[in-house]
Structures are given as C-alpha cells and as structure tokens.
Design a protein around this ligand. Structure first.
Ligand SMILES: NC(=O)c1ccc[n+]([C@@H]2O[C@H](COP(=O)([O-])OP(=O)(O)OC[C@H]3O[C@@H](n4cnc5c(N)ncnc54)[C@H](O)[C@@H]3O)[C@@H](O)[C@H]2O)c1
Length: 248
C-alpha cells in the first residue's frame, strides 16, 4: 500500500521532467505537493490540490532553509523530500580534459551540495514528527561508467554514497533515505537538447532488455513506494530504473 494520504512532500526540480512526473505520482497517492524549482514552480503546483510552489535555487543555503520553513508554515510539517533538481541535459558531452573547472564546481554544487543543504534544512522538521522519507535522484551512469560527462557521472555516484551514509545517520530518528537511478529519459530538459538525443537515445534503447524509450512517468512509481510506509524497512538503497540496462 503506497498511500501517502495526509503527507506533505517537497519535490525539488518538480516543475517539469522527471520531477514533475514524481510529483504527480505522489499526488495520486494522496500527498500534498510542494514544488521547489528555479522556474515554473507556482504554475506546476497549481495542478495539484492545495499545491504549493516555491521559487528557489537548491544550491543556495538560505533558499533551502526558506523552502523548508515555508513548507512547514503553509502545510503544517514535512514528511517527504525528493531531491530531484539537477543539471544534466544542458551539459556538453566532452573529454574530461575539456571540462572547465567552474562547470565542474557548478555541477557538484547543484547536484550534490544541494542535497546536503536540503537534507540539513529538512531533517529537523522530520525529527519533530519522528518520521520521514528522503528520496534522492541519481542516475544509471555511475554504474556503467558513462564517458564524456565526468562531472555529471561523478556527482551522481556521490549521491549513492550520500544516500547510504545519511541513511545510517538517520535510522534511529525514523527517517529513511533512499535513491532512485533512472536511465536515459525523454524529459523536457532532454527534449530541449536534440544533440544528446542523437548521442544517447538509440544506444540506450538497444542496451535495455525492455527495448523502448524511458519516459518520466517510469520513475514515479518507485519514488512513491520509497516515500510510503510500504517501504518502512527499506533504507540506504538505490533502485535502478532503466528497463534492465544496468544491474547493480
Ligand atoms: N533525463 C535523464 O535522462 C535523466 C537520467 C537519469 C537521471 N536524471 C536526473 O533526473 C533529474 C531530473 O532530470 P530531468 O531530465 O527531468 O531534468 P529537466 O531539465 O527536465 O528538469 C529539471 C528541473 O530542475 C530544475 N532545476 C535545475 N536546477 C535547479 C536549481 N539549482 N534549483 C532548483 N531547481 C532547479 C529545472 O528548472 C527543471 O524544472 C536530474 O537530477 C537528472 O540528473 C535524468
């Protein structure tokens, strides 16, 4: 039973793409949705009953604190945090020697430090309820060692380690921390970059045992499960969702 009735869930980067599909899945299971995004948060949130939209940059410490304090003030508490916002399709695929240091640092900031900040802000509110579920969005790329996106792949590998270590720290608080690792997904962000579709789409489909395109909705069910009491004894885990391309 994946009921999330009465639960409050923040989805970062939830205005479009995989995050939007995750928010819809959580809402279908009864959660009240808070969309936290750089842009389009309020418009996206308006699609959900009592949805809340917050315009924030997840790499900004003060903004992540505001994200949680506004959620608690407007929704009465916080039960679920989905760390989905990240930089991916806008990144140029290139040899690691060509990656500017500034870009490397921005990827680490938005994809990894953001989770440290959002979790640090959210955990006190979850501790107050003596329960909570955090779901982090990684990627299949660290398990396959995908080339030409070294900063991205490194950041997504870090999220798996982050998930395991934080799960160990928070178990006694009743807070579970898990991770979902999607394969190449036709999200809005990806669709805005035809060059990445040319580079990865056909090869990804061919490498899967379920040979079709992956869409954002493919990721939603696992996140709802991990957020719910159905997963009450599951923590520190990573579920790869890529049609059987990667075994981990
Ligand atoms: N699309 C894929 O193939 C794929 C595969 C594996 C993992 N992922 C991961 O899934 C997540 C979502 O990817 P997507 O393809 O749906 O992306 P997308 O570009 O379609 O959507 C990303 C959303 O995150 C928001 N965002 C970006 N930076 C932000 C920031 N600093 N603060 C707040 N919001 C921010 C954007 O505004 C956007 O709404 C990312 O973490 C990505 O790495 C994507």
């Amino acid at each position: 039973m994946t009921s999330l009735k009465g639960k409050v869930a923040i989805v970062t980067g939830g205005a479009q793409g995989i995050g939007r599909a995750i928010a819809t899945g959580l809402a279908e299971n009864g959660a009240r949705i808070v969309i936290a995004d750089l842009r389009g948060a309020e418009e996206a949130a308006a699609a959900y009953e009592d949805g809340v939209g917050l315009t924030i940059d997840v790499a900004d410490e003060g903004a992540t604190e505001r994200m949680v304090s506004e959620t608690v003030a407007r929704c009465g508490g916080l039960d679920v945090l989905v760390n989905n916002a990240g930089l991916y399709a806008s990144l140029e695929m290139r040899a690691f020697t060509e990656i500017p240091l500034e870009e490397w640092r921005r990827v680490m900031d938005v994809n990894v430090a953001s989770m440290f900040l959002t979790c640090r802000a959210a955990v006190p509110a979850m501790r107050e309820r003596e329960s909570g579920a955090i779901v982090n969005i990684s990627s299949g790329t660290p398990f396959r060692g995908v080339p030409f996106l070294l900063h991205y792949v490194t950041s997504k590998g870090a999220i798996v380690a982050f998930t395991r270590a934080l799960a160990k720290e928070l178990g006694t608080d009743g807070i579970r921390v898990n991770c979902v690792a999607p394969g190449f997904t036709l999200s809005e962000g990806v669709k805005q970059h035809p060059e990445i579709i040319t580079a990865l789409r056909d090869a990804s489909v061919a490498a899967r045992t379920i040979q079709r395109d992956q869409v954002p909705a493919d990721v939603a069910g696992a996140v709802s499960y991990l957020a719910s009491d159905a997963a009450s004894f599951v923590t520190g885990q990573t579920i790869v969702i890529d049609g059987g391309q990667t075994f981990h």
